[in-house]
Each structure stands twice: as C-alpha cells, then as structure tokens.
Write a protein of this length. Structure first.
Length: 89
C-alpha cells in the first residue's frame, strides 16, 4: 500500500461548520494555517475515510474543500478532489 502526502484546504461559510471540520481534520493532519492542513504519509484509503467524514459536514453550495497530492517535486495543481465527484482519484 503506497503512502502519500496531501494538502487539505477549505473555505467554510458557517463558523459552526468551520470548528467541526477543523477539529475533525486536526485529529489526523497537522494544521499549518487556519484552514490548511498537511496530511503526511497516508494511504488513499485513509484519506478517503477522512474525506467521507468531512463531506458529511460540508454544505456543497456554500463551502469549498480541496485536497492536493504532494509529490517529491511539489504540488501538482489540477489534481484535487472535486466535490461533484469527491472520492475519485
């Protein structure tokens, strides 16, 4: 099972949801800014499990969640989780 690093970022419209989502992600990932987390050396299955929990708290109309895969050479934009197809890698 391959382990990878991910950057999780969000913009949540409601302060109550911000707190709940932040606490949930922070149990698993290192907070590096207010709404940016580094999720280190996890499998896609572990990421999927966390994202399934986070997605139950999101308002897809008002909130924005992005997950970037970090590779050896840096972040490759365009490879993010799309809320319309949230768990397809």
């Amino acid at each position: 099972m391959s382990k990878q690093d991910f950057l999780i970022c969000y913009d949540i419209a409601d302060e109550k949801r911000v707190g709940k989502i932040g606490k949930l992600i922070e149990k698993n990932a290192l907070r590096i800014q207010r709404s940016v987390y580094f999720y280190e050396q996890v499998s896609k299955e572990e990421l999927t499990s966390l994202m399934e929990k986070v997605l139950t708290l999101l308002d897809e109309e008002a909130d924005d969640l992005r997950v970037y895969n970090i590779r050896d050479k840096g972040i490759h934009f365009g490879e993010a989780v799309d809320l319309n197809n949230p768990l397809i890698f």
